[in-house]
Design a protein around this ligand. Structure first.
Ligand code: COI
Length: 355
């Protein structure tokens, strides 16, 4: 595809919400990035254009067979006024891995990175300022070919939209109540669990709604075969600290290779903390609770960064973790990541890209 990104500026501008009023994902900026793919042409016509509806045939494959992938990353306005993306190359790599999994033609990583930097650059006034707020970036690829046979489509649309956001959970960084899910399954080995594709999120909705009706924020997913090993928490990777060791499930295909997960593991290893990527059963968690060695549980993800679990319900038992308060490791990791994101701490690992 030609390298040049065409820019068509919006003639009107939307009012920007105040930082204190930001929720998650309900406001969108004035422009979006778009590129098209056709089998004979490859990816072509990369452009920034006014934010608006996509031209989509009702027979488009994505609407019928969910052939689509997305990713999510953030731009932060630092305390020094600079705007930084957090680990965008890693997100582009994951978007392309998800794409291959869904038989979607990958993007040129250099152009994908440039699409993010260019769009955020044009929308820099939309990056909120308060700590805890950011500009959420949602790159997405959908199968646009109008065809009802079941096979990979021959045409696609890549688009990037931006949304100024505050906390993902209304609780913010406050500990959430989680119920272990025993009936529904999110993913199985050999399935789509490690691809960031809408189908995984659709598969999670019913369990999430049931948990909400019972007064929980989200569910903790168990593996789909044994219904024994912990997989993820809500839409996030999960970490459990038992007797001084942070344990997280390995990347065996059922869980998403989280960028925050990777950042947390890197930081813990750099600090010399005890860390294991291994299977951990829910019984091991319960036993640790009984023994008094269950110290902390937290979720990691781009949207919420780190989300402490204050209470975990399983088979009628309610485990209160760290007295329902944010644990010291959870807080230390949050401060370290947020510190780098907002330019308050040195970025010694080159995780950020300035816009
Ligand atoms: C995340 O960034 O943690 C997520 O996966 C949530 C997103 C789908 C809104």
């Amino acid at each position: 595809m030609s390298d040049a990104i065409r820019v068509v500026k919006a003639s009107t501008h939307k009012p920007k919400p105040k930082d204190a009023e930001l929720g998650f994902g309900n406001v969108f900026t004035d422009h979006m990035f778009v590129a098209d793919f056709q089998e004979e042409k490859g990816w072509y016509d990369p452009r920034v254009e006014p934010y608006g509806v996509l031209p989509l045939d009702p027979a488009a494959a994505v609407l019928h067979y969910a052939q689509a992938v997305f990713d999510g990353l953030k731009a932060f306005r630092g305390v020094d006024g600079k705007i930084r993306l957090f680990r965008p190359q890693k997100h582009v790599e994951r978007l392309n891995n998800s794409a291959r999994h869904m038989c979607i033609p990958p993007l040129d990583p250099e152009l994908a990175l440039r699409s993010l930097v260019t769009l955020v650059g044009i929308e820099r006034e939309w990056v909120p300022k308060a700590i805890g707020t950011s500009l959420y970036i949602r790159p997405t690829i959908i199968a646009s070919e109008p065809f009802l046979g079941v096979r990979p489509a021959k045409s696609y649309i890549y688009f990037v939209i931006l949304s100024p956001v505050g906390a993902y959970y209304p609780e913010g960084m406050a500990p959430v109540k989680i119920r272990v899910e025993e009936r529904h399954v999110r993913a199985v080995e050999g399935g789509l669990g490690d691809a960031k594709t809408g189908a995984n999120y659709a598969a999670s909705l019913m369990a999430g709604e049931e948990a909400k009706h019972e007064g929980f924020t989200q569910v903790l997913w168990l593996d789909g075969v044994h219904r024994k090993y912990i997989d993820e928490v809500g839409t996030m990777n999960i970490m459990v600290k038992i007797a001084g060791e942070v344990i997280t499930p390995p990347l065996t295909g059922t869980i998403l290779p989280g960028v925050t997960r990777d950042s947390v593991l890197t930081l813990l290893r750099d600090w010399g903390s005890k860390v294991s990527e291994r299977q951990i059963s829910i019984d091991e968690v319960v036993d640790a609770d009984t023994a008094g060695t269950l110290e902390e549980i937290f979720g990691t993800g781009t949207a919420a960064v780190i989300s402490p679990v204050g209470e975990l319900a399983f088979k009628g038992r309610r485990m209160v973790i760290n007295e329902g308060k944010i644990g010291p490791t959870t807080q230390k990791l949050y401060d370290a990541i947020v510190g780098i994101q907002y330019g308050k701490l040195p970025d010694t690992r080159s995780w950020t890209v300035e816009v």
